[in-house]
Design a protein around this ligand. Structure first.
Ligand code: HEM
Length: 341
């Protein structure tokens, strides 16, 4: 008789966010989030060496008040013996996602030129046309693969249009985005994947540099053009800042939107009464999208650093200690979102 090691029951397993590395926990992380929220809502994770925050009110405080300036600089990586990652860090430290005010306010203000209401109206019309085209292509078959036919191509094509680069490049942009996204919203870093991520950073940097040269010769609408020309009180983005923020905007919009569509359709199929309610009253669509974003958040967690020694949920967090704010758990906190029976 062979003696197998049965998996320990949930309650006996060490409380850690690392269980998200297990496919079955990733597929349904909510029992783990429930344990964290009820047993230790501001939890020192001894395996990840970070604080894990899961209650809605605490997550909001972390997102509002803690430091987003969390990506190691090339100098810090070199000191840790990880200088091979420097080309990635050089790009990340210039991305608004990893900045606090006033550096964040500056880049965000300049980038906002690309998202004026007039530009968003034009983009919205384009998005409708692209969606219609993708759906018309599958209508004759009477069936579709939601991810392959809609959720993946839609954000890729929209992103290329938004950037103002040739739409034919959208598959290349998607490949790079997928590789780069491994550095974001993720605490599992596979050293074997580093060469691929380095190639993606190099590829995107060259691509956007040549898109900028193209804009100089032949200016045309899009984020590349807007970021190149945005100016506030004589202040403009440098070439490296334009490239870094084109990359973060491109990457930020892809996987998230694919997952919103995929998770959203799956959630509706799992709740046929809600799907019927929505079909019967399309004015519910905007609030349904908000609710689906909450219920199956495409972005489940993000990182911050404590800005100083602070107290959160009765725990003392030291300055510069890392904190993971688990939005996926906060968004199901019954204290904020009472469960309807
Ligand atoms: C369902 C779709 C989306 C979700 C769930 C989502 C989620 C998020 C989250 C959670 C953050 C904050 C991360 C943090 O502070 O650590 C963020 C930031 C950002 N996202 Fe998205 N995102 C979505 C769509 C998009 C799209 C379409 C774009 C591009 C057009 C985009 C570009 C960005 C950028 C540039 C930032 C950084 C903003 C800043 O630092 O001020 N995202 N996103």
């Amino acid at each position: 008789m062979s003696v197998g090691r049965a998996a320990a029951p949930h309650a006996e397993r060490p409380l850690s966010l690392y269980h998200l590395l297990e496919p079955e926990v990733l597929a349904d992380p909510y029992p783990l989030y429930h344990r964290l929220r009820t047993e230790d809502p501001v939890h020192w994770d001894p395996f990840l060496h970070v604080w894990v925050v899961t209650r809605y009110r605490d997550v909001v405080r972390v997102l509002r008040d803690f430091s987003a300036d969390r990506t190691p600089t090339p100098g810090q990586l070199t000191a840790m013996g990880l200088s091979e990652l420097n080309p990635i860090a050089q790009v990340m430290v210039k991305q608004m996602l990893f900045m606090d005010a006033p550096a964040h306010t500056r880049i965000r203000g300049l980038a906002a030129h690309a998202f004026t209401p007039a530009r968003v109206t034009i983009l919205r019309q384009h998005i409708r046309e692209i969606t219609d085209r993708l759906l018309e292509a599958v209508l004759p078959a009477g069936r579709m693969d939601v991810i392959a036919d809609l959720a993946e191509p839609l954000p890729c094509i929209v992103t290329a249009e938004m950037l103002g680069v040739p739409v034919e490049d959208h598959r290349r942009l998607k490949g790079w985005s997928q590789d780069f996204a491994e550095m974001l919203g993720n605490f599992q870093h596979n050293p074997d994947r580093v060469p691929r991520i380095l190639r993606a950073v190099e590829g995107m940097t060259d691509y956007f540099r040549s898109a900028m040269r193209d804009q100089e010769r032949r200016p045309h609408e899009g984020l590349v053009n807007t970021l190149m020309n945005a100016e506030i009180d004589g202040d403009r983005l440098t070439e490296e800042e334009v490239i870094a923020n084109c990359i973060v905007t491109m990457v930020g919009g892809q996987e998230t939107t694919t997952n919103l569509i995929g998770n959203g359709v799956l959630s509706l199929l799992r709740h046929p009464a809600e799907l019927e309610r929505l079909r019967a009253d399309l004015s519910l669509v905007p609030s349904a999208v908000e609710e689906l974003l909450r219920y199956e958040s495409p972005s489940q967690h993000t990182g911050r650093l404590a800005p100083a020694d602070v107290e959160l949920g009765g725990r003392r967090i030291r300055a510069r200690q890392a904190v993971i704010a688990v939005m996926g758990a906060a968004n199901r906190d019954p204290e904020r979102f009472p469960v309807r029976i």
